[in-house]
Design a protein around this ligand. Sequence first.
Ligand SMILES: NC(=O)C1=CN([C@@H]2O[C@H](COP(=O)(O)OP(=O)(O)OC[C@H]3O[C@@H](n4cnc5c(N)ncnc54)[C@H](O)[C@@H]3O)[C@@H](O)[C@H]2O)[C@@H](O)CC1
Length: 491
Amino acid sequence: MRKADEFTIANTPITSIHLMENAAEAFVKSFSKDEGDENKNIAVFCGKGNNGGDGLAIARILSSSGYQNIKVYVVDFGKKQSDDFAINLQRLAGTKCKKYTINSLIDVKNITADIVIDAILGSGLNKPLTGDFAKLVQFINALKAKIYAVDVPTGFFADGILPKEYNGILAYKTICFQRPKINFFFPESITATENFEVVNIGLNENFIQQQHSDFYVIERSDAVKILQPRKRFSHKGSYGHALIIAGNTNTMGAALLCSMACLHAGAGLTTAYIPETGLVALNTLLPEVMFLPRDEYSRIENPSKYQAIAVGPGLGISEVNEKLLERLFDFEKPLVIDADAINILGENPDLCSRIPKNSILTPHIKEFDRLFGKHDNWWDRVQTARKQAEKLEVVILLKNQYSFVCAPNGKVYINETGNPAMAQGGMGDVLTGIIASFIAQSYSSVDASILACYIHGKAGDTLAKNNIVVTASNVANEISHELKNLICFKK
Ligand SMILES: NC(=O)C1=CN([C@@H]2O[C@H](COP(=O)(O)OP(=O)(O)OC[C@H]3O[C@@H](n4cnc5c(N)ncnc54)[C@H](O)[C@@H]3O)[C@@H](O)[C@H]2O)[C@@H](O)CC1
């Protein structure tokens, strides 16, 4: 982002002070949507760097937009001020904002506020908070005001490992500029900010796109680009045959959900390779899905007739299933590997080197750590996922509120769709079914994973508009509708 700032300043008529003004205006636009009451007491805490400069411009713009009770607190613990901070300090003089300087903690005693705007330190943070900064932040948190952070909550590292003990600002919302900070996608960030919103400040988009980064946020336009329309004269054979190896006596639902999702995501044919005890349920619930009986003696004849094979949901961990997984590896055909298939790998790590290239592993946090070792922070976990994806030449789709699709070339695609209403058993089984369906339809492993993550979360988002809980079968049933919505955007 810093490079993009510099490029925009050097190559467009936008100067750094303009960019700060854009940032402040974008902040105010978002803030005033949430906080329409212009009579609330707003305290704006400004450091003396560019984050503080943003805070001063925000206070001025809020005041000129009609907000009546704005107090600006300049935090002056002896740091040098930035040029744009100085310009905005002068500009503040002609406004109705009341300005105070905090030289020490004695100056904060009588401060009260309904809303705090935190512009003390932003992306310039280079070490954890200590001394007066730490104490001031503690004081602000204790005000029990609703805190909006400018770009980054003070004390929160935008990337890299987050310290175990967070002592920064506890924001209700962070309004950040142009691109989300990577650490916002990790669960640890919930302490620092309950929500975040990204606002455009007019940085040069072409330049940003050209910058080397291994992290990409999956956007709707990416999903639209990947998704292919169904063609005239096509038939079931045009959309591939997926084999779902899943389910056991007590976990047959996983196989049914996975097969259901595969069906709704458009595979031409879906076969469930499940124990005979699931046959009646399968025929009742999913008459379109074919049945292949699975027991300890059965074998998959002619695996080449399947364009996609998914293995794991509700499978159970046993020696028989370990052998089954080994035989699948012998086919040397990419697999979608989920749930108990991952757990079997966790118990037999030597098997990992035999995973067929371009397979897709879809672990949640526990499965991931069982397979690749315990991690005590998400930054490290994602780095391990990247390394293992490269080493094993597979896609690792690390599932969470924001899922990380780690490709064999080291790139990481972050999915933002999905919501807490989807936090229920069976969601992962549905995701696996969707991926298998896309693989059957000839999408590459990376594209299938990106598209599946996006559409799975999007279906959940649509359903969550009217439901507090969204079940896995609801999501499976919504997939086709979401795909149709997406295809309408294709030119
Ligand atoms: N042109 C630009 O670069 C733009 C920057 N913007 C704002 O500028 C911010 C970054 O500004 P700066 O680079 O000036 O940095 P900050 O304003 O975040 O921090 C100021 C200074 O604080 C010091 N510092 C770092 N960690 C500290 C700690 N733990 N305790 C005490 N002091 C510490 C550093 O010396 C740093 O330079 C962004 O977050 C954003 O809000 C926006 O105005 C958009 C345009």
